[in-house]
Design a protein around this ligand. Structure first.
Ligand SMILES: [Zn+2]
Length: 91
């Protein structure tokens, strides 16, 4: 199975001009990305650490709208090539 090499990121952390399509659900707690169709934080993530010392606090939880612990995971697009100004430092 082939995945893109760049890992998706939480939508709010990606500049608007670099947001690609939504590819899943990003758990802000453990940094794992689950497939779009999965409604709960269960099973193997699409992206995530292979060895997690302790299970995520949200393991088994539903991705309910309005909850603050997850966000849409979006593809991160390459920076626009014709940028003449230096990019602002990211905090
Ligand atoms: Zn998690």
């Amino acid at each position: 199975m082939v995945y893109r090499t760049s890992m998706p990121a939480p939508e709010s952390r990606v500049p608007e001009n670099r947001r690609g399509r939504a590819v899943g659900t990003f758990c802000l707690e453990c940094g794992s990305v689950y497939p779009l169709h999965r409604a709960r934080h269960v099973g193997k993530p699409v992206y995530g650490r292979d060895h997690i010392a302790a299970p995520c606090a949200h393991e088994g939880d539903r991705f309910e709208p309005g909850e603050g612990w997850w966000e849409s995971a979006v593809e991160v697009l390459p920076a626009p090539a014709e940028t003449s100004e230096p990019e602002p430092a990211t905090a």
